[in-house]
Write a protein that binds this ligand. Structure first.
Ligand SMILES: O=P(O)(O)OC[C@H]1O[C@](O)(CO)[C@@H](O)[C@@H]1O
Length: 316
């Protein structure tokens, strides 16, 4: 039977977050401590969906040598584990959390090139899980050796299966998706990723809106541009709104806030929410995540409370 929500993680990562008083590049830095979380964009989206309380299937690739934290995560959150194991380890990405600056420096490794048979098996598992009405989330970088068109080709196949496809990718993989004849239902670039696609700086709201509307004009039904502390811009054919998050202190970490937003978008699409409600839901997910380490939401009531407080501004 088709799953309601499916995520694909072809290049997951264990996030090692190292907490520093202040990051001093080029010097010896004494850490306050470190934590490790099973992560990667698709895994993070799946974890947030599970916290929201909807059934979710995780597909993709995991290194068999260090899959224990993923097994534990999937078991604890009730996520259906359809990930294919490959020889070796899932990469570890390092996040340097600078408490003084309130900023995180990400050091993301390339990951492991999968054998063609393992990739084929992972994609077969994705197609088995997906059916009419499934919200399928393709998120994160591609591992070495995979062509940039990997997501673009998958979008075509998943749309044929009548899934609602959401893509969170960057660089050449995002460009290939946006240049393909069959487009996903929704994309969520950040400013930098959208600038990469546009080939120019997008310094203000007007510039972001113009490019987002261009994508909607090409056939993407929903474009969400995440802007960190500034909030996010949500654009469809008929409407555009900006949601500004409250000026909250980040209690835990900002890593994965974009993934939480993608999970919120996925639930909004599954429920057929209007743009304003979807924008508040998605931003509510992202803001709620900031209060927790790793990809965790504090629970439906807390997310809904945050979503209800958000200021939504129509954008012309
Ligand atoms: O797949 P990418 O683009 O390398 O990003 C992976 C990183 O993104 C995150 O999912 C946060 O968005 C981290 O958990 C992870 O380390």
């Amino acid at each position: 039977m088709a799953a309601p929500f499916v995520t694909l993680s072809l290049n997951p990562a264990i996030d090692q977050t190292i907490e520093l008083e202040a990051l001093r590049p080029g010097s010896v830095n004494l850490a306050r401590g470190a934590t490790r979380h099973p992560a990667g964009k698709g895994v993070n989206v799946a974890a947030c969906l599970a916290d929201w309380g909807v059934p979710v299937t995780a597909t993709g690739l995991l290194g068999e040598a260090n899959d224990a934290p993923y097994r534990a995560l999937f078991a604890a959150r009730g996520i259906k584990d359809c990930c294919v194991r490959i020889p070796g380890e899932t990469r570890t990405n390092v996040k340097l959390l600078d408490r003084e600056a309130g900023a995180t420096t990400d050091i993301n490794l390339p990951g492991t090139e999968p054998e063609p048979a393992a990739l084929e098996e992972a994609l077969a598992a994705l197609h088995v899980a997906v059916g009419k009405g499934t919200v399928a989330v393709l998120a994160g970088s591609l591992p070495p050796g995979l062509p940039a068109e990997t997501y673009a080709d998958l979008v075509g196949l998943l749309v044929e299966q009548r899934a609602c496809v959401v893509v969170d990718a960057s660089g050449a993989a995002l460009s290939a998706v946006l240049d393909a004849p069959v487009l996903p239902h929704a994309v969520k670039p950040n400013r930098h990723e959208l600038e990469g696609w546009a080939g120019r700086a997008l310094p203000d709201r007007a510039a972001l809106l113009e490019v987002a509307r261009g994508l909607v004009g090409r056939g993407v039904r929903l474009v969400v541009v995440s802007l960190g502390a500034e909030g996010a811009l949500f654009v469809t054919a008929g409407e555009a709104v900006m949601v500004q998050p409250p000026a909250l202190a980040i209690a835990a970490s900002s890593v994965g806030a974009g993934d939480a937003m993608v999970a919120g978008i996925a639930t909004g699409l599954a429920e057929g929410l209007g743009l304003v409600a979807l924008a508040c839901r998605a931003t509510g997910f992202a803001v709620a995540k900031l209060q927790k380490p790793g990809a965790q939401l504090p629970g439906r009531a807390a997310v809904e409370e945050i979503a209800a407080m958000l200021v939504v501004e129509p954008v012309a």
